[in-house]
Ligand binder design. Structure first.
Ligand code: HSE
Length: 305
């Protein structure tokens, strides 16, 4: 196989109450990646976007994943990767996971699929570790498997793909910077048992709602008494946007990953469109530009194009 091209989806981690364990793939936005094997043992990374990400393989999210896979398979060959990111770094929409998962998936395809999906998750987590200092798989898993996934455990890796409800995602990315590492740093290290009990109820309710395709249960389970109260202070207008989204008909939603993006789920496209218009207007009113997306849940994950 000479060359392959991929479409790599944005993902929403946590799904509000499932910190580091739940995630969902979207149709929009997505990155494009192109891979070519080289006879010379070197890794070339080209960025065709304007984000100025590093191109040295050891400092690049895709680069470290490729290095680890080549080392594991004991292969002395090279790879050229061209990356066009539409998922902005630092958006909370799984930008680093897209590069990491795309690199693992793309190289595996070029090599004739020597690795299982579970192994792809394992190697892609090296990219997440480089980006945020933590090996979490809640963006990587839905990026690779598609739909909504549960990371039952990341060590050892145990991924449970869940069924995908037929829902719309409304997402806004306000142009303020929130680094995942900072958004993790501020979290409390200890939680109250009563909060844990509430959160367990919500996570279990959300998973049950997804499996039963019970939209009302999904909506009332998307509550977070542990992470959101701390992180939401980093996002201007968060509380107001959440309240207004629910008034406009959202089932529920909250911070996307570590923010600053906010997402809401709804049963129909018109509601999702109304929500993103409101979100954009709220940020514009305080002088913050934003990007908005309306998308179905993406059931396919990374796709060859
Ligand atoms: N689960 C991670 C977090 C996702 O919330 O920090 C980061 O993209």
């Amino acid at each position: 196989m000479e060359k392959i091209q991929l479409k790599v989806p944005a993902t929403i981690a946590n799904l509000v109450c499932g910190f580091d364990i739940l995630g969902m793939a979207m149709n929009e936005p997505f990155d494009e990646m192109e891979f070519r094997l080289l006879e010379e043992p070197k890794i070339i990374i080209n960025h065709t976007d304007s984000f100025g990400l590093p191109t040295e393989p050891e400092k690049n999210v895709a680069g470290v994943v490729i290095l680890k896979i080549l080392e594991y398979l004991n292969l002395n060959l090279g790879v050229e990767v061209s990356i066009h990111k539409n998922i902005k770094p630092g958006s909370g929409l799984g930008s680093s996971a897209a590069s990491a998962a795309g690199a693992a998936f793309g190289l595996n395809k070029l090599l004739g699929n020597p690795l299982s999906e579970k192994e792809l998750v394992h190697f892609a987590m090296y990219g997440e570790e480089l980006a945020s200092g933590v090996r979490h798989a809640d963006n990587i898993a839905p990026c690779i498997y598609g739909g909504i996934t549960l990371v039952k455990s990341s060590d050892p890796i145990d991924i449970i793909p869940l069924s995908s409800p037929n829902l719309y995602v409304a997402a806004v990315h306000p142009q303020v910077e929130v680094k995942t590492s900072d958004a993790r740093q501020i979290l409390k290290k200890h939680i109250q048992l009563k909060d844990a009990v509430t959160q367990w109820g919500n996570v279990a309710g959300l998973v049950a709602g997804i499996l039963k395709n019970d939209h009302a249960l999904i909506g009332r389970s998307m509550n977070d008494v542990i992470v959101e109260p701390v992180r939401s202070i980093l996002i201007p207008k968060f509380d107001m946007i959440k309240t207004r989204s629910l008034e406009l008909g959202a089932l529920g939603g909250g911070i996307s990953g570590s923010g600053p993006s906010i997402f809401m789920l709804s049963e129909n496209e018109t509601v999702a469109q109304n929500i993103v218009e409101m979100m954009k207007a709220e940020f514009t009113s305080i002088g913050i530009e934003s990007l908005v997306y309306v998308s179905k849940i993406n059931n396919e994950g990374i796709k060859l194009i």
